[in-house]
Design a protein around this ligand. Structure first.
Ligand code: PMP
Length: 437
């Protein structure tokens, strides 16, 4: 030890920065317009009564502003039944799990939710993690594939899982099974050329022979993709991706974070009837399921392996019981269907309204990205609709490509028609003022 350690923090160096200068790094990000701010905490509620506007402006709608960007798609985070389930779990089991599931943190409640998820997903087993992020990182590292084929727009937690796993990571073009097949063929991973599949890439006999010689059949290959992409609201062509993966002998892992609970209480894998072709279904409890935590669902042997090998599971405290109780009740309600119908009605209403105003609305799901173009227009539009009482963020580069800045709207099942109209009014006012319509 060269310097005295601070007795409170254990940090050595008594005020010296040792090369770390967070303020300078933040300033650098600000200069490049890449900084982010925390929003007032109650912004997640549907009818958020928010703290004073951070920019000191007074919104037109009194103190009330409506959030149109939460991932609480079914509006269940404020549902009495879900709130009660969280309270009951806290009262009967406690507010915290107290330890890793492998030590003393395992409860009947955790197991019950895992059974419910496995049932909704059509798998033998499911496993809870403390977040979706931890589920992706832990599972991909536990699988330790030799090669991962990853969609270019996959979520950061998938990217981090790939990096940490040490696998060779091959990025294929967004939602493009042909690009996936080409990348596999380029690595000598060539499947049965006679089989028909969604992709057009078929090896000729010589290529197949060369590839078979190169191919080490003990190698493991994993294809990983989001099902619903959060910034574009589009959906991966999962059946075609499975076709390619099967032809080339790879496993498929699907991140259903933005789809869980919205399709028959399951995700796109359920909608498309692919449960027996997708080896790992992953998702989060933090979006439509109104809680916190992540999960994977798959075979008994997969789950047993991950329980032993995923460091983010082994070395992390079990999910807090109120989060488990809330997610369990939310999943039950999601599977009933009424809330889902309300959500899809609202999505259609808003999409039609925005399109009639003259906006270009992307996506094919509950996520409605309103394409604006330039960063400045997107930021100005987001600011103006906020003044009109509507909260939805501007999404700018580098999150999305230059020239495709957008406002990402996500209606909830609980928005009323009057509230949807208020959102449309705000977009009309802001768009006309900015000369976008
Ligand atoms: N995957 C995707 C596609 C996501 O959008 C998110 C959350 N934004 C996650 C994983 C991580 O989930 P969680 O928030 O539960 O950590």
């Amino acid at each position: 030890m060269t310097e005295q350690a601070d007795p409170d923090t254990g940090v050595e160096g008594g005020g010296l920065d040792h090369g770390f200068d967070p303020a300078a790094r933040l300033a650098e990000q600000r200069d490049r317009n890449l900084d982010r701010d925390l929003q007032p905490a109650d912004c997640v509620a549907a009818r958020a009564r928010m703290a004073p506007d951070p920019r000191g402006n007074r919104p037109d709608y009194g103190d009330e502003r409506l959030v149109f960007a939460a991932n609480n798609y079914l509006g269940l985070a404020q549902d009495d039944r879900v709130v009660c389930a969280a309270q009951e779990a806290a009262e009967s089991v406690g507010t915290g799990a107290g330890a890793s599931r492998l030590v003393t943190g395992d409860t009947r409640l955790h197991r019950a939710l895992e059974r419910d998820i496995a049932d909704a997903k059509g798998t033998e087993r499911a496993l809870l993690f403390s977040s979706g992020y931890a589920a992706n990182v832990g599972t991909i590292t536990a699988l330790a594939p030799d090669v991962v084929f990853s969609d270019e727009l996959n979520h950061a937690s998938i990217i981090d899982g790939c990096r940490l796993s040490g696998a060779e990571t091959v990025v294929y073009d967004h939602c493009d099974p042909n690009s996936l097949a080409e990348e596999m063929a380029a690595r000598g991973i060539v499947g049965d050329g006679d089989e028909q599949c969604g992709a057009d890439v078929q090896p000729d006999a010589d290529e197949q022979r060369d590839a078979d010689e190169q191919r080490d059949t003990d190698e493991s290959w994993l294809v990983v993709t989001d099902s619903v992409f959060s910034m574009d609201g589009d959906v991966a062509p999962l059946a075609e991706i499975c076709d390619v993966a099967e032809r080339f002998g790879a496993w498929v892992m699907v991140d259903e974070a933005h789809a869980t609970g919205l399709y028959d209480g399951g995700g796109i894998v359920q909608r498309d009837g692919l449960a027996d072709r997708v080896q790992v279904q992953m998702g989060t409890l933090s979006k439509a399921l109104a809680s916190q935590g992540g999960y994977i669902a798959g075979s008994e042997s997969l789950i047993e392996h991950v329980v032993n090998a995923a460091r983010s599971f082994v070395f992390s405290t079990g999910l807090a019981p109120p989060a488990v109780g809330a997610a369990r009740e939310a999943l039950r309600i999601a599977r009933e269907g009424d809330r889902r119908e309300q959500l899809w009605d609202n999505v259609e209403y808003l999409r039609d309204g925005l399109t009639s105003l003259g906006y270009d609305v992307l996506g094919e799901t509950q996520i409605l990205p309103v394409l604006v173009g330039s960063r400045d227009d997107a930021v100005a539009l987001a600011d103006r609709i906020r003044d009109c009482g509507i909260v939805a963020p501007a999404i700018r580069p580098p999150t999305v490509p230059e020239g495709t800045s957008r406002i990402r709207i996500a209606p909830m099942a609980t928005h009323t028609t009057a509230e949807l109209d208020r959102c449309l009014d705000a977009f009309e006012t802001a768009g006309l003022e900015r000369g976008l319509l």
